[in-house]
Design a binder for this molecule. Structure first.
Ligand code: SAJ
Length: 423
């Protein structure tokens, strides 16, 4: 089966690079997004998201006529679904950590209208175990004239697979090509067809499995990293209590041939690692004890950092009784959710800084080389260059280990370093 025309639904951080990559291999790609701005931007040969190298690929794919964006799906040989799967409710209460599959359902019902015999549907969105089977049911509900793998196995008209994305933001273009892919098919033929498509741009290995294993593999990868970071974060709190330098401890412990401890930080941010483990917890709440504990440890870390700032301020005022909190400056280094990117989404640093801005009566300075204006929640702070800020007489709070911050340290000794670059 040859798949020459491909419809990619959802042109966000994963869908757009995937669409562009397929188009760069001379597939005719129809990109679909409900956001008219995204559609217009792409059709003009531009990108609406920040990802190194993506703009060049999109521009030439559009110019050569291989990529076109539209608002609703058109007939194709294969369909990719890469839409968001957020939480159902407000984060905080346990039940709100249930995944919201409504975007997948809407995308499935939209493509069902144009499905035809021989089509392949691939779900790429991160989702709880069982979501691909739900998608297959939604498609079957809409199209009783077609047969699906859940009822007709290898003889079905439509083939269905789940192939999670595993690319690191900031390295998407390279990792889309080089990473191995997990290809979960509802039947073996579904998986083989999906492998055929991915092979046009993936240089890594395509590993065939079933859909539930593929769904769980994606969640497991991010939960495994979350547990590793929680271990490092817990160690940092224990070491602080026992007066041990956690960075030195980790460096020496990691010299053991079978130990590889990750890095503590101010918490876990981004829209993947802080979210995906909850999809495992919500499917197996009683059993997923370690995975839940890791999430809670990482989510609590920003409060611990804020406590350290309060203590540093109290210590400073105790040894300088002639000064008031209003006269003390706090300089915060970094707002992004991780080093050397400009992405502030779900960043623990933003949460920490906005808390400081609303509670500290004195001056708050922010150094974030990747932005040129502060987000609304911290607009009362001052944005300043690294070289100017590091000479201020202040409490210096290191939050994000951007490369530029490693070149010099603040002149003051009043440093709270959540990333261990100035200790
Ligand atoms: N972090 C630490 N200490 C560490 C490593 C990370 O505190 O030792 C923090 C970072 O500062 C950041 C958060 O964890 O706040 C997440 O950063 P990350 O670099 O670990 O991961 P993401 O969210 O950018 O991308 C992850 C990747 N998953 C894994 O590495 C298992 C990526 O491959 C996935 O494709 C992506 O999630 C996703 O989309 O699911």
């Amino acid at each position: 089966m040859s798949f020459n025309t491909i419809c990619v639904v959802g042109l966000g951080y994963i869908g757009l690079p995937t669409a562009a990559m397929l188009a760069s291999r001379q597939k005719t790609v129809i990109g679909v997004d409900i956001n008219q701005y995204a559609v217009d931007t792409i059709n003009a040969g531009n990108v609406h998201i920040v990802e190194p190298g993506l703009d060049v690929i999109v521009r030439s794919a559009v110019a050569e006529g291989y990529l076109k964006a539209v608002i609703s799906p058109l007939p194709a040989d294969a369909f990719f679904i890469a839409v968001p799967t957020p939480f159902l409710g407000e984060v905080g209460a346990d039940e709100s950590y249930q995944p919201d599959l409504s975007f997948i359902e809407a995308a499935s019902r939209a493509i069902a209208k144009v499905l035809k015999k021989g089509n392949l549907v691939i779900l790429e969105s991160t989702c709880p175990v069982g979501a691909t089977e739900r998608m297959a049911e939604w498609l079957a509900e809409e199209r009783t004239d077609l047969s699906f793998p859940q009822t007709h196995g290898e003889d079905s008209d439509i083939r269905i697979a789940y192939c999670p994305e595993r690319v690191l933001p900031g390295h998407v273009v390279k990792e889309l090509v080089e990473n191995d892919r997990i290809i979960g098919g509802m039947t073996d033929r579904c998986a083989s067809d999906a492998v055929n498509i991915y092979k046009c741009f993936v240089e890594g290995e395509c590993l065939k499995t079933n859909v539930r294993t593929a769904e769980m593999a994606k969640l497991t990868e991010n939960a495994s990293r979350d547990v590793g970071i929680a271990f490092a974060n817990e160690l940092s709190i224990i070491c602080d209590k026992l007066d041990i330098n956690v960075w030195e401890l980790i460096a020496v412990a990691n010299r053991h041939p079978r130990v590889n401890i990750l890095k503590p930080g101010p918490g876990v941010g981004g829209h993947c690692i802080a979210v995906d483990p909850w999809f495992i917890v919500s499917s197996a709440p009683k059993e997923a004890r370690l995975i839940r504990a890791a999430r809670e440890i990482n989510d609590d870390k920003p409060s611990w950092v804020l406590e350290k700032v309060k203590l540093a301020l109290a210590d400073f005022l105790q040894v300088n009784p002639d000064r008031s909190a209003r006269e003390v400056t706090i300089v915060c280094y970094g707002l992004a959710f991780k080093p050397d990117i400009d992405d502030l989404r779900e960043s623990p640093s933003v949460m920490i800084v906005s808390n400081i801005v609303s509670s500290h009566p004195g001056r708050v300075v922010v150094v974030e080389p990747y932005i040129d204006h502060l987000p609304d929640s911290i607009e009362k702070a001052e944005l300043m260059d690294f070289q100017d800020a590091r000479h201020l007489s202040a409490i210096h709070l290191m939050l994000v280990d951007h490369s530029i911050f490693k070149e010099n340290r603040p002149s003051s000794d009043l440093i709270i370093d959540t990333r261990g670059i100035w200790l």
